[in-house]
Design a protein around this ligand. Structure first.
Ligand SMILES: Cc1cc2nc3c(=O)[nH]c(=O)nc-3n(C[C@H](O)[C@H](O)[C@H](O)COP(=O)(O)O)c2cc1C
Length: 171
C-alpha cells in the first residue's frame, strides 16, 4: 500500500476481534520498529511483546483501567535506556510509529497507550530499574471502524521561511 494511504486511513483502534495475530505478521511489525532511525543509531530501546493473557489482564489496571488493553492480540511495551542516549524517549516513539504503520498495512489496528502507571508496568513486566517505559501499543484485528478524528487546519500550523508567514498551499 502507498505510505500516504496508510497514514491517512489509519485510526486508533480500541476494539479487537478475538483472532490471534499470525506470527509472521507480528514479526514483520517488530522488524519495522527495529529498522526505525534513532539518534546516532544508538537504538536505546527494548521491546516487551506481551502475549500472555494473564499479563495483559494485569496491564489493564496499570493502564488506568483501559479495558481494551486486555483484549488486544498483543501489547508491546517500549522501553528506553537513559544511559544509552538522551533521546531514549523519542527514539522508541519513532519505532512505535513505524510499527503502527506496518500494522495498518497488515490489516491490524493499533492504539497508543500513554496513560499508564510506569511503576506498575515495570513491576508486571519485570523491567530493570535503569530502564524507562515510554509508551505501550495495543495491536489486534480491528472490530470497529472509527471516523477520522479532527486535525488542526494546515493554515494554523505550517509557515513558510519564518514563523507566522502562512505557507501558500496550492492544492
Ligand atoms: C503519545 C500518545 C498517547 C496516547 N495514549 C492513549 C491512551 O492512553 N488511551 C487511548 O485510548 N488513546 C491514546 N492515544 C490515542 C490518541 O487518543 C489518538 O491518537 C488521537 O485521539 C487521534 O486519533 P487517531 O489516532 O484515530 O487519529 C494516545 C496517542 C498518543 C500519540
Amino acid at each position: 500500500m502507498e505510505v500516504f494511504k496508510v497514514i491517512s486511513e489509519r485510526r486508533s483502534i480500541r476494539k479487537y476481534r478475538k483472532e490471534p495475530i499470525p506470527e509472521e505478521i507480528l514479526e514483520r511489525i517488530l522488524e519495522a520498529g527495529r529498522l526505525a532511525p534513532s539518534a546516532g543509531n544508538r537504538q536505546p530501546w527494548y521491546f516487551v511483546v506481551v502475549k500472555d493473557e494473564g499479563i495483559k489482564g494485569k496491564l489493564v489496571d496499570a493502564c488506568r483501567g483501559q479495558k481494551f488493553v486486555g483484549e488486544a492480540g498483543v501489547v508491546i511495551a517500549f522501553l528506553g535506556d537513559p544511559n544509552a542516549s538522551r533521546w531514549y524517549r523519542q527514539d522508541p516513539f519513532i519505532a512505535a510509529s513505524f510499527m503502527t504503520l506496518e500494522a495498518y498495512e497488515e490489516g491490524l489496528g493499533v492504539c497508543w497507550i500513554g496513560a499508564f502507571d510506569e511503576d506498575k508496568v515495570k513491576q508486571i513486566l519485570n523491567v530493570p530499574e535503569n530502564l524507562s517505559v515510554v509508551i505501550l501499543l495495543t495491536i489486534g484485528f480491528p472490530d470497529e471502524k472509527p471516523p477520522p478524528r479532527p486535525r488542526k487546519p494546515r493554515e494554523e500550523i505550517f509557515f513558510l521561511d519564518v514563523y507566522g508567514k502562512r505557507y501558500p498551499f496550492k492544492a
